[in-house]
Design a protein around this ligand. Structure first.
Ligand SMILES: C[S@@+](CC[C@H](N)C(=O)[O-])C[C@H]1O[C@@H](n2cnc3c(N)ncnc32)[C@H](O)[C@@H]1O
Ligand code: SF4
Length: 375
């Protein structure tokens, strides 16, 4: 089974913190959808296994598209690939797009998992983020989606802004729990250079992220959500039993995927490809039948191992000694054994039956620990 990711590079307005690839001009939307439909068939030989278990419309804001736009892509996918009858089909949505009509359309199209970007329930914070929805809409969009028959709903939250204190963060978590969503992704706010937040930070109009506060929020969140039957299966992801993101779990487990649309990445076991993050150039290149809209990298042992550390350690499945033995050289195997010892002594990494996972405190330092294990 493989996965397909489709990047929709449009948003109503730019959130102050976000440096994902998107445009707020919809002028070339129709041309872009034409190109995406073409790319779906152009890239059909990329995956060695044409059976598709997950499809993920991400962005940007896929919920900005019309039923016709999404329908064209769904039809093209169905014609080109063998989409499993039981496939997980996710669409990222912004709360303000989720009218009752839109929800009905999405259901009709076969979307069976909604990822709704709530970010916060606090009006001041939402304004500061330049979100296009109110706090009331954050809540009501989830309820309406449930009423429309969507059971598999995940929400995105952001923590660590200067507006939050622990009491407020806990309130946010309890509100999310009360909404009875099956999955929560919670991201620590990061200040990205090429964003309004990044510029304001450079001009000292915004403070740096308080790492200590973020760590406290993280630990509290993990404890509260675990008490409410969410399984903390990846650093930023919590799911109820049977409701983990199948698509993202496959990324972390090294399952092959094809990424379509500007800025999308692909992986087929031996190499990676990434599409140009520029809508005009993507449209022009596909229109002219050229392949210069993507770049390719062949992965060597070093890249594969480092990636395995970076993604594997972030999950509750960790990294496995048997896997390392089977997929990497003896030299890499011994490198891992020597390096992992130090982290085990600090109790940042735990070992059980040759599976290595991060401890709770280790999770706070995940990226640093992974990079210390790199070759
Ligand atoms: C790129 S958005 C796409 C989905 C949708 N447009 C939305 O806004 O919810 C995916 C998620 O990334 C997270 N995100 C984006 N930039 C971030 C940042 N600088 N810090 C933390 N989280 C961020 C947000 O939680 C957002 O929901
Ligand atoms: S967070 Fe979502 S809506 Fe906001 S700019 Fe990024 S992709 Fe667009």
């Amino acid at each position: 089974m493989s996965g397909i990711y489709i990047h929709i590079p449009f948003c109503k307005q730019a959130c102050t913190y976000c440096d994902f690839h998107f445009s707020t001009s919809l002028k070339r939307k129709d041309e872009l959808i034409d190109s995406l439909v073409k790319e779906i068939s152009l890239r059909s030989s990329y995956l060695s296994d044409p059976h598709i278990g997950t499809v993920y419309f991400g962005g940007g804001t896929p919920s900005i598209l019309t039923q016709k736009d999404l329908g064209r892509m769904m039809d093209s996918l169905q014609h080109t690939y063998q989409i499993d009858t039981d496939a997980e089909i996710t669409l990222e949505c912004n709360p303000d797009d989720l009218t009752n009509t839109k929800l009905r359309e999405l259901k009709h199209l076969g979307i069976n998992r909604l990822s709704i970007g709530l970010q916060s329930f606090d009006e001041t914070e939402l304004k500061w983020m330049n979100r296009a929805h109110t706090a009331a809409e954050s809540e009501s969009s989830v309820k309406r989606a449930q009423d429309a028959g969507f059971e598999n709903i995940t929400i995105d939250l952001i923590y660590g802004s200067r507006f939050q204190n622990m009491a407020q963060w806990k309130q946010t978590l309890y509100k999310a729990i009360a909404l009875d969503v099956k999955h929560i992704s919670a991201y620590n706010l990061t200040i990205e250079e090429r964003t309004k937040l990044g510029h304001d930070f450079m001009k000292e109009k915004e403070p740096a992220i308080d790492d200590e506060k973020s760590s406290e929020f993280f630990l509290e969140m993990s404890e509260i959500l675990e008490k409410h039957d969410f399984i903390h299966y990846e650093i930023s992801n919590f799911g109820k039993k049977d409701f983990f993101s199948r698509h993202n779990t496959n990324y972390w487990k090294g399952v092959h995927y094809l990424g379509l649309g500007p800025s999308a990445h692909s992986y087929n076991g031996t190499g990676r490809q990434w599409n140009i993050a520029n809508n005009a150039r993507y449209i022009e290149s596909i229109g002219q039948g050229k392949t210069d809209y993507y770049e390719t990298e062949t992965l060597g042992e070093k890249e594969r191992f480092n990636e395995y550390m970076l993604t594997g350690l972030r999950t509750m499945w960790g990294v496995s000694l048997d896997y390392i033995k089977a997929h990497f050289s003896q030299e890499t195997y011994f490198h891992f054994l020597a390096e992992v010892k130090k982290h085990m002594e600090r109790e940042h990494i735990l070992e059980k039956e040759s599976i290595f996972t991060l401890s709770k405190n280790g999770r706070l330092l995940a990226d640093r620990i992974a990079s210390e294990l790199f070759i």
